[in-house]
Design a protein around this ligand. Structure first.
Ligand code: PLP
Length: 412
């Protein structure tokens, strides 16, 4: 959606002080563009919504792991929530303080855990009994006395089968059941090199309700009641972003207000991803062809599901707007890509001015779960990523467009 950074000036789309047309002309399309100013503003809005709690904010790198994005957030005081060793590697390259990196994830490999221990990563969020056993073993092997962990609770799943899950993999995907968390807390002495210092919840992404979060926090507090020395609660990410003007979402202040009275006496960690970067990002594409078929108007663009899979994968809706708005009459379009899949569309029944070949469009709110989920499907080249500086005045290519050499670089 449009916002303070992504806006029109005299009919031309701008990101801060920069014309989108200018970037698209110089770099070509398709291209991702991120306003670092908007991203930092979002970080501040989240901080202020939870200000009473003074939370540590660990940005969830899986939403957008571009190094320029990570560096800018780290410089603004954010830690990093990583879900793979690759994300830890990028967090370290971005200059993140190891104490402020969390390693989360449902299926951490032993190599990944060893890497995290060797790098003295601040927290490991444990999702499996076997994982905790591995951490204990690896702690001994790597000479670590006190590996700090949080247990990830799944407040919705009480099935006792969770405790039978083997190391790393299993049918239960999210967190540990209430019963398993209680049992592990009782068994802390079995893990002498591990220090359980917090509980973690992440009940979902794009949360449309503050009640579920509040209930989850209440469950956490009840579990922790007999353990007054455990002082940290990580309430995960999930703050919602409006993808259209009609989408009803709770404000971040509502979220803050819902949990603040409950968590006042705790050290709180937040792991926002989408809310930090989604509406700071654009995916800019060009119309290759128009087509009228079966009574429908199609815009065939140079952007596809290979670069932005959310519409194909989740039937996610993104607003799509012209880069130059000539205020022509509007019509309903299907905006589709060149990939050989009928799921390959960026939007259906999108109302846009009558549009012709070579005109550019911007897919809005594309900063999160866009580039990170892109692929080379159909041997397409991943697009470049452009960042606009935090003062809004200049821009640079933060990641180059891939080349044909990249396509074959691992096959030689
Ligand atoms: C994906 C994820 C997040 C971030 O979620 P958003 O909805 O992008 O804020 C936070 N914590 C964990 C454990 C995650 O898996």
């Amino acid at each position: 959606m449009l916002n303070n950074s992504i806006h029109y000036r005299a009919g031309n789309l701008f990101a801060d002080e920069i014309s989108i047309e200018e970037i698209a002309e110089q770099v070509g399309t398709p291209v991702y563009i991120y306003s670092l100013k908007r991203m930092l503003h979002n970080l501040e809005r989240i901080r202020s919504a939870f200000s009473v709690l003074k939370p540590e904010i660990h940005y969830s790198a899986k939403a957008n792991a571009n190094l320029a994005v990570l560096k800018t957030l780290v410089q603004a005081g954010a830690g990093i929530d990583a879900v793979s060793a690759g994300e830890i590697h990028k967090a370290l390259l971005a200059g993140a303080d190891t104490a402020h990196i969390v390693f989360a994830g449902v299926g951490k490999t032993r190599d990944e855990l060893r890497y995290a221990l060797e790098k003295q990563i601040g927290w490991i969020n444990v999702e499996n009994v076997g994982e905790l056993e591995s951490i204990q073993e690896l702690a001994v092997l790597t000479d670590r006395k006190q590996v700090r962990v949080a247990l990830r609770l799944n407040p919705d799943i009480a099935a006792p089968t969770h405790r039978h899950i083997a190391t790393g993999h299993g049918a239960a995907k999210f967190g540990l059941s209430i019963q398993t968390v209680r049992e592990l807390l009782r068994r802390q002495d079995d893990f002498p090199n591990v220090s359980i210092e917090g509980l973690h919840i992440h009940i979902g992404s794009q949360l449309h309700d503050t009640n579920a979060t509040r209930q989850a926090v209440e469950t956490v507090l009840e579990i922790l009641h007999p353990y007054p020395t455990i002082r940290t609660i990580n309430i995960g990410g999930g703050l919602a972003v409006a993808y259209s003007a009609e989408e009803p979402i709770p404000s971040w202040d509502d979220f803050g207000a819902a949990v603040t009275p409950l968590l006042k006496d705790y050290q709180v960690i937040l792991e926002p991803g989408r809310s930090v970067i989604a509406d700071a990002g654009l995916f800019v594409i060009s119309v290759l062809y128009t087509k009228e078929q079966g009574g429908e108007h199609l815009l065939i663009t140079d952007g596809s599901m290979a670069e932005l899979i959310r519409p194909a994968l989740y039937e996610a809706h993104h607003m799509i707007v012209p880069v130059a708005d000539y205020k022509r009459d509007k019509r309903l379009y299907h905006v589709v890509g060149p990939v050989c899949e009928s799921a390959d569309a960026l939007g259906h029944n999108i109302e846009i001015q009558a549009t012709v070949t070579n005109e550019k469009l911007a897919v809005l709110t594309a900063g999160a779960y866009g580039m990170v989920m892109s692929s080379n499907y159909n041997q397409r080249l991943r697009p470049p990523e452009v960042v606009i500086s935090p003062d809004g005045q200049s821009w640079q290519v933060a990641r180059q467009r891939e080349t044909w050499a990249d396509l074959v670089s691992h096959e030689q």
